[in-house]
Design a protein around this ligand. Structure first.
Ligand code: AMP
Length: 483
């Protein structure tokens, strides 16, 4: 049974902001964490993204900082009192936006600093003085070294998405940052999972923390309908088209395991008539924010992303998440599908499983303690002739046989386990470059195109010379086609 925010006796400016956000009752992490943080104790919280944990730590923190409110314009009256550290720029930006909303009726100031942006505007904000500083570790260290950020009056530190910060390799940066802070402080650590590394981090920096575990670590939201469909690498895009169409889904996240695969898949889907953009680490900060806005505004229907780029994205009501690639790390499965079915809404998570993914699926089974059934997809149309993959190349078995040199079996040694020899890879320089935006007009919605269309592209995708046929066999036999 969840309780109302009114039970908390939040100060009027905070209660007003919460009411304005339309929150009716507290989420489980809020119910448990807010009273503890209000007492000033350290917290070790296990909560998956989308559980409302930002409000869970920021509301009580703001409440405790209200005593420092000052209308003075002097920077000296606005030292940093609370530091919130996050692993990615997007996450830092979103948390900062949420904190600014909760603090909007107070005199407390907040700002955010992250890499990939000019330091000057951030420096100006810092120099004016802020009570709440949201930051990614690397950029914060830059500001500390430049003496733009002074942290000797910090009373609260939040290590959010701590497991991801360690995954990214931020431990040395975190250790340095924490060494600049007063020993006497409250430390709040939030992590999707409590791995041994996280426990070690907590052991070093938290004092008698209260452990809060709202959902068992690695538990997936019950509101997410999960399917694992068998789909060879060449069938995965077709599977996406089929699921979107048969379920009438408008928007989805599509997760891939690599930056290269991300740009490539976005481009292929775009060519097939789906309004798609890519979000990965090689994109500039400006491009990332634009991609995110385009998705939020509905200008883009599909957001193809890597795990690091997507972690913690606060986009609500995403009807579906596709795992185009089964994640290498089973815990990322939980994070990925946490993008859908948030805050009680129902969601669909579709994982496309190819023959070589058995071990990764077994890892997910182990983590979720559930048996996973691999289902077959029913396609509306017959499978097209030939082999189609993610846009790099197309290889046709019959044609390969016809064009193969007449040789003994010894010359087939290069074939893969499945008995097929992959087509030679001719690299397309496009895939060696960071993703580029173009100024094209937005494409019509994918809904209008049951079959792939080639005529329009979104502003995020450059037109290409050659286009692959997805549902149609090529007219002329070409053993290898570069796409
Ligand atoms: P978070 O897990 O902090 O990223 O929050 C996920 C989303 O849930 C954000 O968009 C919040 O605005 C929203 N949210 C947070 N608390 C509540 C609440 N008590 N009721 C409804 N929505 C909430």
């Amino acid at each position: 049974m969840t309780s109302s925010f009114s039970n908390l006796s939040l100060a009027e400016p905070l209660a007003r902001a919460v009411a304005e956000m339309g929150y009716e009752s507290m989420t489980p992490i809020q119910e448990q964490a807010i009273p503890v943080v209000l007492t000033g104790q350290d917290v070790m919280g296990a909560a998956q993204t989308g559980t409302g944990k930002t409000a869970a730590f920021s509301l009580p923190l703001l409440q405790r900082l209200l005593k420092h409110e000052s209308s003075s314009t002097s920077p000296a009256r606005h030292p940093v009192r609370a530091l919130v550290l996050l692993p990615t720029r997007e996450l830092a930006d979103q948390v900062a936006q949420q904190i600014a909303l909760y603090a909007k009726y107070t005199k407390l100031r907040s700002t955010v600093v992250f890499g990939g942006m000019d330091m000057k505007p951030q420096t100006l904000e810092l120099k004016k003085g802020v009570e709440i500083l949201v930051a990614t570790p690397g950029r914060l260290l830059d500001h500390i070294e430049a003496k733009n950020a002074v942290l000797n009056q910090v009373e609260y530190v939040v290590l959010d998405e701590a497991d991801r910060m360690l995954d990214i390799g931020f431990l040395p940066d975190l250790q340095r940052i924490l060494s600049y802070l007063p020993k006497q402080r409250t430390t709040l650590l939030f992590s999707a999972t409590f791995s041994p590394e996280i426990k070690r981090l907590a052991g070093s920096y938290l004092q008698n923390p209260v452990t809060i575990e709202v959902a068992r670590p690695n538990e997936t939201a019950s509101t997410v309908e999960q399917h694992f469909y068998s789909a060879g690498d060449d069938d995965k895009r077709r599977a996406i088209h089929q699921v979107l169409k048969s379920r009438g889904i408008k928007q989805a996240f599509i997760f891939v395991n690599s930056k290269l695969g991300c740009a490539r898949l976005a481009r292929s889907l775009e060519r097939e008539g789906l309004k798609t953009t890519a979000l990965h680490g090689d994109k500039s900060q400006d491009e990332r924010l634009k991609a995110l806005d385009a998705f939020k505004n509905g200008d883009v229907d599909l957001l193809v992303c890597t795990d690091v780029a997507a972690r913690g994205l606060d986009i609500k009501d995403v009807p579906a998440v596709f795992n185009f690639d089964v994640p290498f790390n089973a815990e990322d499965y939980v994070h990925r599908i946490g993008r859908t079915g948030r805050a009680g809404a129902s969601g669909l998570a579709v994982t496309l499983v190819s023959g070589s993914d058995a071990r990764l699926v077994a890892d997910i089974e182990k983590l979720l303690k559930t048996r996973i059934e691999i289902e077959a997809i029913e396609y509306d149309s017959e499978r097209p002739q030939g082999r189609f993959n993610d846009g790099r190349r197309v290889w046709h078995e019959a044609e390969e046989r016809a064009s193969a040199p007449r040789a003994g079996h010894g010359e087939r040694a290069g074939r893969s386990r499945g008995g097929f020899r992959p087509a030679p890879v001719s690299r397309d320089p496009f895939f060696d470059k960071p993703y580029e935006a173009s100024a094209q007009a937005p494409a019509p919605g994918w809904e209008a195109a049951a079959r792939p269309v080639r005529s329009s592209t979104s502003p995020n995708i450059k037109p290409r010379r050659k286009v692959a046929a997805l549902f149609k066999a090529p007219a002329a036999p070409e053993p290898v086609r570069e796409n």
